[in-house]
Ligand binder design. Structure first.
Ligand code: FES
Length: 112
């Protein structure tokens, strides 16, 4: 079974975590099941960017994001070439290393 390594995130998983998952689940669902509470303000319908992650390893094993996801990602805080929306990123048969960005767009707007 593929593994997802979550890199440490100050609030969500300070020590980092490793999860074994079935291929076919989304990265978000895998994280939530593990108790890593990645925000998902639109309830996984690709209409916010709060579930933004950066896939540090294994990015190319994922299906390409569709246009809607790309459009949403443009609004994400801290966008990188390997950014994805975790509610849309489906784990294939390769291991992934995932970084959860420090902020979401909701937190950033609260600070300004
Ligand atoms: S939960 Fe809103 S886009 Fe993923």
């Amino acid at each position: 079974m593929p593994k997802i390594v979550f890199l440490p995130h100050e609030e969500l998983c300070p020590e980092g975590d490793v999860v074994e998952v079935e291929a076919g689940v989304t990265v978000l669902d895998a994280a939530l099941k593990q108790g890593i509470d990645i925000e998902h303000a639109c309830e996984k319908s690709c209409a916010c960017t709060t579930c933004h992650i950066v896939v540090r390893e294994g990015f190319d094993s994922l299906e390409e994001p569709d246009e809607l996801e790309e459009d949403m990602l443009d609004k994400a805080w801290g966008l990188e070439p390997e950014s994805r929306l975790s509610c849309q990123a489906i784990v294939e048969d390769k291991d992934l290393v995932v970084e959860i960005p420090r902020y979401t767009i909701n937190q950033v707007s609260e600070r300004h």
